[in-house]
Design a protein around this ligand. Structure first.
Ligand SMILES: Cc1cc2nc3c(=O)[nH]c(=O)nc-3n(C[C@H](O)[C@H](O)[C@H](O)COP(=O)(O)OP(=O)(O)OC[C@H]3O[C@@H](n4cnc5c(N)ncnc54)[C@H](O)[C@@H]3O)c2cc1C
Length: 323
């Protein structure tokens, strides 16, 4: 295999696509684990010719450990480090465009700049710019001292680097060439007081320089279509890629709405409550996501982005049946 020194960016892939794109995201392994599971997941999915692969990013978490004297001791841990290195490893092993996620939360502007420089040196020209959630156990997002508050500011920082502008005055810089994606919420972001304001904030990210939007998962396509219409009414013209997450276990029924502030439709719930085992729920998840994918593709979405959480057998089935 001849490795491309330069991969097409997501925008170039979208602009030149002859058919609707299949893309998926993977999580870096838990600290201390190897990349073997990641490679196995990709090996199963690569035959469906994904256009690119995303890699999630995970901020530090604070945990409290009980000491022998009964007092609690505060520890900061990063459970899933290595997003950029993983993306680079996959880029060169599979000769494919990779999109590491980059977070505002937990990082200073300087750390962000350093990470972007590393990506640039590694030949990675794509990034999904996100704010990140508040740390576990906290409902309020507090920016890092010297960090950004919103994803739009991160987008601006990346655009500045594309214009050769770094935090400290540096002379005669070589501009970077990052293609920037951002997140969008068909069911509104949890913290936003209403959909109109959320869409205005989404527009800010696009005006700052985001070239496409990937949506949060949703289980009712009508929500995506109405979001798409409202984005266009708001003046957001960039491609919007729907994000699909197949249900994997019975537990998902409770966890997904709580974690992602989304609704599960009645028809899906009535199928899930009939399930006796996780295997039954997995099957319902495959059928539901296939139904969603087929309809989305028939309505000419630019592609579908699958949230895999590292599980790929279900995605294989869905993609095989839908594309
Ligand atoms: C496709 C996708 C991938 C994701 N991947 C990851 C990941 O890898 N790691 C991870 O930790 N999380 C990830 N997330 C979750 C994401 O980080 C959270 O949903 C986070 O709470 C919001 O991120 P954002 O980039 O949308 O934030 P922002 O766009 O900054 O928006 C956050 C909130 O602030 C409001 N807002 C934005 N700008 C302004 C402004 N100027 N003034 C006032 N209000 C404003 C928005 O309406 C919204 O309510 C992902 C989400 C999506 C959709």
């Amino acid at each position: 295999m001849v490795i491309n020194r330069k991969q097409m960016t997501v925008k170039q892939l979208l602009d030149t696509a002859k058919s609707q794109l299949f893309t998926f995201e993977l999580l870096p392994p838990l600290k201390g684990h190897s990349l073997e599971r990641i490679y196995k997941a990709i090996d199963r999915l690569i035959k469906f010719e994904p256009a690119y692969i995303n890699f999630t990013s995970h901020r530090n978490e604070v945990i409290y450990k009980e000491r022998p004297d009964g007092l609690l001791e505060k520890h900061t841990i990063r459970k899933r480090p290595g997003t950029i290195a993983l993306a680079a490893a996959v880029r060169y092993k599979y000769n494919i465009t990779v999109v590491p996620h980059m977070l505002v939360g937990g990082f200073t502007r300087q750390e962000t700049e350093n990470a972007l420089i590393e990506m640039n040196f590694l030949g990675i020209d794509d990034v999904l710019a996100l704010r990140g959630d508040p740390p576990k156990g906290s409902r309020v997002f507090i920016p890092e001292q010297g960090g950004h508050k919103y994803a739009s500011e991160l987008v601006q920082q990346i655009v500045d680097m594309n214009n050769g502008k770094y935090i400290d005055e540096v002379e005669e810089t070589t501009p970077t060439n990052f293609c920037i994606g951002v997140g969008g919420y068909p069911e509104k972001h949890l913290e936003s007081p209403n959909m109109n304001l959320d869409l205005e904030m989404l527009k800010k990210k696009v005006e700052a320089g985001a070239e496409y939007i990937v949506t949060q998962m949703f289980f009712e396509n009508s929500k995506f279509f109405s979001f798409l219409d409202r984005c266009r009414e708001t003046g957001i013209t960039v491609p919007i890629i729907p994000g699909i997450k197949p249900i994997v276990t019975l537990h998902d029924m409770k966890v997904l709405p709580q974690t992602f502030n989304i609704d599960l439709p009645d028809d899906l719930i009535s199928e899930l409550v009939k399930c006796k085992t996780n295997q039954d729920a997995w099957q319902v998840g495959v059928e539901w996501a296939t139904m969603q994918s087929k309809e989305l593709l028939s309505r000419n979405v630019p592609g579908i982005h699958y949230y895999t959480l590292g599980v790929s057998d279900n995605i294989c089935r869905i993609v095989k049946a839908s594309y």
